[in-house]
Ligand binder design. Structure first.
Ligand SMILES: [Zn+2]
Length: 58
């Protein structure tokens, strides 16, 4: 007989890591709610990609 009691502690990483892109002068960098800051990029798209990669591999 299976015990069907499950603890629902499966939190999505997306909820723990809320990323934004911040601009500093000519550069843009990803920033996360967990405190992570990505490298300065010339393109905001690259900064956003860094943030997306950070969520995949914290
Ligand atoms: Zn994060």
């Amino acid at each position: 007989m299976l015990n069907q009691h499950e603890d629902r502690h499966t939190e999505s990483p997306a909820l723990l890591h809320r990323t934004t892109t911040v601009e500093r002068g000519a550069f843009a960098m990803g920033r996360c709610s967990c405190g992570w800051t990505g490298p300065a990029r010339r393109a905001r798209d690259s900064a956003r990609r860094d943030a997306a990669r950070h969520i995949d591999t914290p």
